[in-house]
Design a protein around this ligand. Sequence first.
Ligand SMILES: C[S@@+](CC[C@H](N)C(=O)[O-])C[C@H]1O[C@@H](n2cnc3c(N)ncnc32)[C@H](O)[C@@H]1O
Length: 200
Amino acid sequence: VSAGSTRFDAEEYVTAWVERGDYPKIHVPITAWVRENVGPEEGHVLDLCSSTGLLGRKLAQAGYRVRAVEQPGPGLELGRQNRVYEHIPLMPLKIGPDTLDDLAEWLSGRLTATEPVRTVVARRAFPELWDAMGGTQKDFACLVEVLRASGVRNILLEGRQVSKRSTHPLASAADEARALGPSFKAVAWRGPLYHLVASG
Ligand SMILES: C[S@@+](CC[C@H](N)C(=O)[O-])C[C@H]1O[C@@H](n2cnc3c(N)ncnc32)[C@H](O)[C@@H]1O
């Protein structure tokens, strides 16, 4: 399935996977970036804001132990109904100031007696979470601190396509990387892809 103007949660992506095992081309760069920067032995990987679940499923197929968080809604339902999330522990959660404690419990593994999440994969996730947290650096820092305190060591992100018209504070991957500091520090980047590690 070509990237074109197809939305990330399009039914045709899920249908292509169900019928032919094809994964969307939109996830090729971030998948390659994950494989270049962290190995499957480095622990659980979170597909943050996983939508229909196809990115996480692709990483699971590549040998990673994947978990996913996505808010309840049509994208999540489409993935569930088509068994994209089979064998991928999923937390249906709308992340925001009121749900940070639940997120922390689940990430650390305390809630389900599993290993903590060590790597977060976030493709075009942080700009929406910035808004959901309240829209300021101080609000966003509460989410970032939850990630760090829960045991997350690596963040692999892909930012939005930069557009001259964008007025969002996290319009680019570089903006996202800055907003994740000082808890996380950029150690590698290429175009819209960043690798950050927990400081200290
Ligand atoms: C631009 S999409 C990216 C989806 C996926 N990461 C990908 O690249 O294919 C952003 C996703 O974030 C989810 N999302 C937005 N706000 C959220 C929140 N507060 N909590 C959980 N998920 C959220 C949306 O439902 C959507 O699936």
